[in-house]
Write a protein that binds this ligand. Structure first.
Ligand code: FO1
Length: 320
């Protein structure tokens, strides 16, 4: 059994690669839910849906999120309304693109939450509906929200915004002063999460954003410690290659929050949790510096340009 800590796109591709090497039923993914957002009254779990749709081979390959062959009639129809909504209202907004078929998932999830189903139960129902055999667990059934402090319109004022406002609304193109995970202290690992970490032969930290994708998972009380307890069997894949994020703002966020945006910076962040860090050939000259952080360093091709590359990386991880 392998248990993986997963964020969005990078993790989804890693997990798909793993299913070419392990039986899907041998894999459990503990997925970040701190990106979740409620819009139009609907609860959207982007990382869970990205992992589900990718493993179902239904993901849109260019976007990396949402469904292939999607249509946007609902979003386009919404554009009739927003100017009528009073200031401060989020009604009628279409900046966060919810495709017509993707909406079905959010309608289903929202109604099941209203019926007091847990996010764990709903995630398993959605996975089954998409014939996904990998076990998908939310990191917690309680609400944990990534909140980022950014500078407001005039530089002196600081404001705190939600993750999707940062990531999509502002195209993560604004400097971040601080990040916190609201609700983490009151949260608990979802059922089966601790057991999946204790019983796995190997624990994998997928190539996701260390700050806002893996960070929230490790911040759930007891979850970080459960990973640290398995440190000898924990292998992390660096999401940073040659000082840059493969996707998204990981490098800028690390720098803005005082970390080194390099495989050495990733090794420092993960040292309490992982005994091995897998880095790309482009970072082969950093092996000694990574190992100086007390983390064994394995060099491999970590850029998953396609399923074959993801499968090759999965092989390397299982041997690491
Ligand atoms: N990312 C975007 O850049 N723009 C969007 O409009 C957008 C909509 C969206 C809808 C559903 C979903 O599951 C994901 C979506 N994402 C979008 C990605 C989302 O922001 C994820 O949180 C990131 O991929 C980070 O994991």
């Amino acid at each position: 059994m392998l248990t993986a800590l997963a964020g969005g796109v990078g993790a989804a591709r890693m997990l798909r690669g793993l299913t070419h090497v392990l039986a899907p039923g041998e894999i459990t993914a503990v997925v970040n839910t701190a990106d979740d957002v409620v819009l139009h009254g609907l609860h959207v779990s982007p990382d869970i849906d990205t992992v589900t749709y990718t493993l179902a081979e239904a993901i849109d390959p260019e976007r990396g999120w949402g469904l292939a062959g999607e249509t946007w009639a609902v979003m386009d129809a919404l554009d009739r309304y927003p100017d009528l909504a009073p200031p401060g209202s989020s009604a009628g907004q279409s900046w966060f693109r919810l495709g017509d078929r993707d909406l079905a998932t959010h309608l289903y999830r929202t109604q099941r939450l209203a019926e007091h189903a847990t996010l764990s139960e709903i995630t398993a129902e959605v996975a089954r509906a998409w014939d996904v055999a990998v076990r998908l667990l939310p990191m917690s059934d309680q609400r944990v929200e990534t909140r980022l402090t950014v500078s407001g319109h005039d530089p002196e004022t600081l404001m705190e915004i939600g993750f999707q406002d940062y990531f999509v609304g502002r195209r993560h193109d604004v400097p971040v002063e601080a990040v916190r995970f609201a609700g983490a202290e009151e949260s608990a690992p979802a059922p089966a999460v601790l057991q999946s970490l204790a019983s796995a032969e190997k624990v994998l930290v997928c190539p996701s954003n260390p700050i806002v994708s893996i960070g929230p998972i490790l911040a759930v009380p007891g979850l970080g410690q459960a990973v640290a307890d398995r440190r000898p069997d924990v292998v992390a894949v660096s999401p940073i290659i040659a000082g840059a994020a493969v996707r998204g703002p990981a490098d800028r966020l690390m720098t803005e929050l005082g970390h080194e945006a390099s495989v050495v910076g990733v090794a420092r962040l993960y040292a309490p949790y992982a005994s091995t860090l897998v880095v790309d050939h482009a970072d082969a000259h950093h092996v000694a510096a990574v190992e100086a952080e007390g983390v064994r360093c394995v060099v491999a091709a970590t850029l998953m340009t396609g399923p074959a590359e993801a499968a090759a990386l999965a092989h390397t991880l299982l041997e690491a």
